[in-house]
Design a protein around this ligand. Structure first.
Ligand SMILES: *Cc1c(COP(=O)(O)O)cnc(C)c1O
Length: 388
């Protein structure tokens, strides 16, 4: 009933009911491992906390509503969520994934699941034809990440899902960078949506958490089976923190988008800066797809210093005061990162350069501070390059 509301109302109300035993308006943290039964098998639907937890269940219900899914399943991290999705496959099956995947996702597929006979291919999804050419009768999962990290490339979700459906292949979209406020892949045909809730959903850099939202109840049943059988469940405190974060998701992401736009435009106007990667620019190659499938351009901006030396990048990275030098993204505070030495250091340099990921590329996760202060902070840091 409440799920028919608009997004902002869903953030506050979807799936949330006052606690039946006390009337508490906020979902309690059910910090318990087991539940008392009246008689063997006679219980209130909760037997053991790996299998069921009311705090977790409330969060799953809300996540399903926000992503327009049938249901959701929560895990102890984004990668634990991905691990569960990959466990729906069997030896001999094949995954095709976008070629500029989150490093941890690439590692999970190639270093863990490969050992169990799950094959993988990493290709550009820019041309649907290229993707189709890579499909075989063993292809069982297409893994999409959009926007990508750190180049902010955008994949046409609808086109990929249509192709996948034609070949009877399951699709999973990693929606971590966009959040359901900006992009809802199930509405575009995806079977599964994955989040590292550590990022925008939690939103306060205080929790590691993951989830999968499913288009059908059947997929949710399969994933709940893995959740219970393999056991990578989140604790109730962590579920509470994500529930709390979700209440302001729409406000936080909206402000992050506004700030990112101002910062991207400032960087583009600065003669010390070469390329600025932000899909909101009309001359960005992904602008039209972004406009079609997203309701905003996101809070991430990447840029390259003119001349492109490592020293110049370091000068900026070492001289911001508000932007904190750290991995991760999607929190209320702005972060600055150096992909080639931090998040993407495990990728060989030649591979990095092929996709434009130079030694001087800098990535910003724009927070919800005042945009003028953030721009001033960047301006001061960029002046440090001139002195060098
Ligand atoms: C962080 C991240 C993950 C992994 O999530 P964890 O919560 O760190 O396990 C997966 N995909 C993307 C796009 C991410 O940014």
């Amino acid at each position: 009933m409440k799920n028919e509301n608009k997004f902002a109302t869903k953030c506050i109300h979807a799936g949330i009911e006052p606690d039946a035993s006390s009337g508490a308006i906020m979902t309690p943290i059910f910090q318990t491992s087991t539940y008392v039964q009246n008689a063997p098998g006679d219980h209130k639907g909760f037997e053991y906390a790996r299998t069921h937890n009311p705090t977790r269940r409330t969060l799953e219900t809300q996540l399903a509503a926000l992503e327009s899914g049938a249901d959701a399943v929560c895990f102890s991290s984004g990668l634990a969520a991905m691990d569960a999705v990959l466990k729906l496959l069997k030896s001999g099956d094949e995954v095709i994934a976008t070629n500029d995947l989150y490093g941890g996702s690439y590692r999970l597929i190639t270093k863990i699941f490969d050992k169990f006979g799950i094959k993988s291919k990493f290709v550009s999804f820019n041309e649907i034809k290229t993707l189709e050419d890579n499909i075989t009768s063993n292809t069982k999962l297409i893994w999409v990440e959009t926007p990508t990290n750190p180049m902010l490339n955008i994949v046409d979700i609808k086109a990929v899902c249509e192709l996948a459906k034609k070949h009877n292949i399951m699709t999973c979209v990693d929606n971590t960078f966009a959040s359901p406020y900006l992009q809802r892949p199930i509405e575009l045909g995806a079977d599964l949506v994955l989040h590292s809730a550590t990022k925008y959903l939690g939103g306060h850099s205080d929790v590691v958490h993951g989830c999968v939202i499913t288009a059908t109840q059947e997929l949710s049943d399969q994933l709940h089976f893995v959740q219970n059988a393999a056991g990578a469940v989140p604790g109730p405190q962590d579920c509470f923190l994500v529930l709390r974060g979700l209440k302001t998701l729409h406000l936080r992401v909206q402000r992050a988008c506004e700030n990112a736009e101002k910062i991207a435009k400032y960087l583009k106007s600065n003669p010390m800066i070469d390329k600025v990667y932000w899909p909101g620019f009309e001359d960005n190659p992904y602008h039209e797809i972004a406009k079609k499938q997203m309701s905003g351009f996101g809070g991430m901006v990447s840029f390259d210093v003119k001349g492109g030396s490592l020293e110049d990048a370091h000068a900026i990275l070492n001289n911001t005061k508000l932007f904190a030098l750290a991995e991760s993204l999607g929190g209320v505070e702005s972060l600055i990162g150096h992909p080639s030495s931090m998040t993407h250091a495990s990728i060989p340099r030649e591979e990095r350069l092929k996709v434009g990921l130079t030694d001087s590329l800098i990535r910003l996760s724009v927070g919800i501070e005042d945009a003028d202060d953030l721009i001033k902070d960047l301006e001061t840091a960029i002046k440090a390059v001139k002195k060098a």
